[in-house]
Design a protein around this ligand. Sequence first.
Ligand code: PNW
Length: 435
Amino acid sequence: MFLWGTATAAYQIEGAAREDGRGPSIWDTFAHEPGRTRDGHTGDVACDHYHRWPEDVALMAGLGVNAYRFSIAWPRVLPMGAGEVNRRGLDFYDRLVDALLAEGVQPVPTLFHWDLPQALEERGGWMDRDVSALFAEYAATVAARLADRVPLWITLNEPFVHMAFGYAMGVHAPGRLLMNGALPAAHHQLLGHGLAVQALRAAGAGQVALTNNCTPVWPASAREEDVAAAEAYDILHNRLFNDPVLLGEYPDLSAYTGSLDFVQDGDLKTIAAPLDALGINYYNPTRIAAPTDAGLPFDDAGVTGYPTTAFGWPVVPDGLRELLTGLRARYGAALPPILITENGCSQPDELTENGTVEDEARVDFLDRHIAAMRQAMAEGVDVRGYFVWSLLDNFEWAEGYHQRFGLVHVDFATGRRTPKRSYRWFKEFLERQNP
Ligand code: PNW
């Protein structure tokens, strides 16, 4: 069965940040620091999904999806990151899983979507190697409760974005500005992934995947310097996270570091544990030029000549086909089946006076990206699922509530949900698919 779904993440939708024993996460801390998010927005309430989840499950049932990708908040399950388990946190996801299954919607939980327990940040966050093992313990705790009903698990969401935005550039939690010094945060996430795969398998968790955010990298010109810079960027964004998992080795990281002393014997074997699927989040390609200063080995030259989303991201559906066929060409038989675990766009999405949201641009975006995915499948790429980001308008990290990605409009003052035109379009699209 091809999985057609929607995706969300805990901190972006749940709210109830201090309820039922949930501990603080690095995103609570970060969003409450002045100047970190647009207009000081936080996820304290967000979509209030923690209370309104029955309505959200009903929205998915009405949409006709057969899968839902959500994330589990580590600090709800283990308020201090490790040690004492908060039963009420697990109870929430247990109820959600049962409600989804009752509607014929397969739950696809992601164990880490950037909301690290604050207590673990105090010991260094993902810069601390021991956090990898603690992540696997957390995975085991969740699986012990849910593995009997959850057939497919995702360990991490986008370790690249978490490393780059959270640890290198400081624009996401935990707000560190380590630049190239952030590489251990990549390795320890990957090691945590590998250890979590072992823990999930031991708990009888069924299928296990990892989600990477990947981008086709275009050199700004055919000049040798631009081509070399594009290669360096491809290594950082894509290959740093795909090669160790699929091939058991790191790409050449000499443009970023002189030493991989944080990699210990046996780590790569752990990281390369066989996967049942690779999750790919696709938003846009990246155009790269030679660096103009001595800092990084590349410059972002910007993709021009395409329409853009409200975020300013270029809309390039064929980039998805290019990405998927490129992965197949690079990894060959080592590439597991692929799930598109996120694809979508932000749009202004104003609620009109008659209570509708006419988001034609999103309909067009989704239609063309699904066509591009199918083109890649026709060219031999084994894709098993597609999840729209997102079910709901939600807390878009540093952008707060200013970027709307949902098929369903959310009025953040009241929590009121209004399905957009794209929701009706996707519903009709799903009705046309073979069962
Ligand atoms: C993803 N980029 O993040 C995340 O998984 C979601 O939580 C998020 O809401 C969604 O995409 C939309 O942003 C990304 O700059 C953040 O390349 C940044 C980038 C890509 C994905």
